[in-house]
Write a protein that binds this ligand. Structure first.
Ligand code: OGA
Ligand code: MN
Length: 223
């Protein structure tokens, strides 16, 4: 049946609203959301195809810190990354989808998310990212972290879990297997997390929704 009421109620909604609402509700209840194999399948496949055809030179050793404070520290992380800047059709599709999530979360939770930055990450076998937070309290910069995985046929014995610690004293943490299309979202300042070594090459996209921290004499830089 088609009615005006339906037209009005669906106005401005995206086909991903069920997933976005589930993420929003989890953020309210717990501050994090783990959505198993939830990234739209066509988007996952486009990103995966793009990734496996990306030349190695597009990747560079990941750093810690931002801007002028960047350092390479292989004891903390040794993945390789490639920033997604919308130069490829796959990157554009990804940024459209994350933009729709940003709009939804801003409407629903009044988060004031202003921008989004993200990169592909490749963890070679044995590589890791030690326990860390993505943003420090007071920096009011990265607000929400988002991670998704592009590893078809991942099995438990491959390792490579993302461990999310629920508080600083938590030793066990929650384990997220880096399975194709699994999506994790968490408050960047609140949750320490870590990437365990894997037996296989492990591919993820990590991204951050940020507040605008521009001031009159300093334009908020990306990355
Ligand atoms: C990061 C990160 C998690 C992952 O890049 O900051 O924590 O599972 N990545 O790849
Ligand atoms: Mn992180």
């Amino acid at each position: 049946m088609h009615s005006l009421a339906n037209d009005i109620s669906s106005y401005g909604q995206s086909p991903f609203d069920t997933l976005f609402e589930s993420i929003a509700q989890d953020l309210i209840d717990k501050g994090y959301s783990i959505q198993s194999k939830a990234l739209p399948i066509d988007l996952s496949e486009i990103l995966h195809y793009h990734l496996i055809n990306m030349p190695e030179y597009k990747f560079s050793e990941a750093a810690i810190g931002r801007q002028h404070n960047q350092q390479h520290n292989d004891d903390i992380r040794n993945d390789e990354i490639a920033w997604i800047n919308g130069e490829s059709p796959a990157g554009v599709r990804w940024l459209q989808w994350t933009q729709a999530l940003q709009v939804y979360l801003n409407r629903r939770l009044f988060l004031g998310l202003f921008s989004f930055e993200s990169h592909f990450a490749h963890y070679a076998p044995g590589h890791f990212y030690k326990r860390h937070v993505d943003a420090f309290k007071g920096d009011a910069n990265r607000v929400l972290s988002l991670v998704t995985y592009l590893n078809p046929q991942w099995s438990a014995s491959d390792g490579g879990e993302l461990i999310i610690y629920q508080n600083p004293g938590d030793r066990a943490g929650l384990k997220v297997a880096p399975e194709f299309g699994t999506l994790t979202v968490f408050l960047s300042e609140e949750f320490e997390h870590e990437v365990k070594p894997a037996k296989r090459d492990r591919y993820s996209i990590a991204g951050w929704f940020r507040l605008n921290s521009s001031t009159p004499d300093k334009v908020d830089p990306p990355q």
